[in-house]
Design a protein around this ligand. Structure first.
Ligand code: APR
Length: 229
């Protein structure tokens, strides 16, 4: 019996219990910055060092955080299902928990890229990316993040994975941000859908979905029981 294909779509909620604040729980402010001042391409052109500093602070938080039980539970599922994780998170907690196949739709805070060619990507050692650190093409190195107003290069890959899923699990995302949230409409009609989220409203999920209204570290146990039943 071939292994079923499991696609897990995660957002900030799965890292909340690792101490990384979600976006909407901090009512649109990250560490007292307005999103348009730090997370848009215009913000970068207007004030590079402010944006750089904002992501340096968030990178420090990410490096100090640890994967939680929910991240590790998904690794366990990799032995039972052909598993792909599609995450909106820019932290590396899925990888640090041991997940092998992770698609980061919104980039990765542990990496930098050229400011003129986002395909020139580099690892960041430690928490700080400094102004004056240049890419080989001479441009200022920037966080390898998909800012509001930029396109989402891995979206097509994510859509194909989603369409092929036998089981699709949504964990810790308010499904408010597009195009990422469009994945919910790219499922094949036989796909079984689950969601784990303490606040998500049933109505936002397709008919027939199973909503586990718990926080991730508790909800993953319920999910595993249902998937392995
Ligand atoms: N366990 C599970 N889910 C949780 C938990 C938890 N402990 N705590 C909060 N949540 C849920 C919230 O109920 C909410 O539905 O996680 C979701 C977090 O939603 P958002 O803060 O909107 O985060 P996300 O959906 O990932 O945001 C999408 O928007 O902020 C931008 O680009 C950024 O990737 C991000 C995108």
């Amino acid at each position: 019996m071939p292994m079923k294909k499991l696609v897990i779509f995660t957002g900030a909620g799965i890292s909340a219990e690792s101490g990384i604040k979600t976006f909407r729980d901090s009512d649109g402010l990250w560490e007292n910055y307005k999103i348009e001042d730090v997370a848009t391409i215009d913000a970068w052109h207007k004030n590079m060092s402010l944006v750089q500093e904002f992501y340096n602070q968030r990178r420090k938080t990410v490096l100090a955080a640890k994967p939680n039980k929910a991240h590790y539970a998904l690794v366990e599922l990799e032995s039972k299902f052909k598993t792909t994780i599609i995450t909106q998170n820019i932290d590396d907690l899925h990888e640090r928990a041991g997940s092998k196949n992770v698609i980061h739709l919104h980039g990765q805070i542990t990496k930098s890229c050229s400011s003129i060619n986002k395909n020139e990507i580099f690892p960041i050692k430690g928490w700080e990316l400094k102004m004056g650190e240049l890419a080989p093409d001479g441009s200022q190195l920037r966080p390898f993040i998909v800012w509001f107003g930029e396109d989402v290069p891995l979206m097509d890959k994510a859509i194909i994975e989603t369409y092929l899923a036998d089981i699709f699990v949504v964990i810790g995302t308010s499904l408010q941000v597009y195009p990422a949230a469009n994945l919910l409409y790219k499922l094949n009609k036989n796909c079984k859908i689950y969601a784990i989220d303490p606040h998500l409203e049933e109505g936002i999920l397709p008919e027939g979905s199973t909503l586990i209204k718990k926080k991730a570290t508790v909800g993953v146990d319920v999910l595993i029981e249902k998937l392995l039943k």
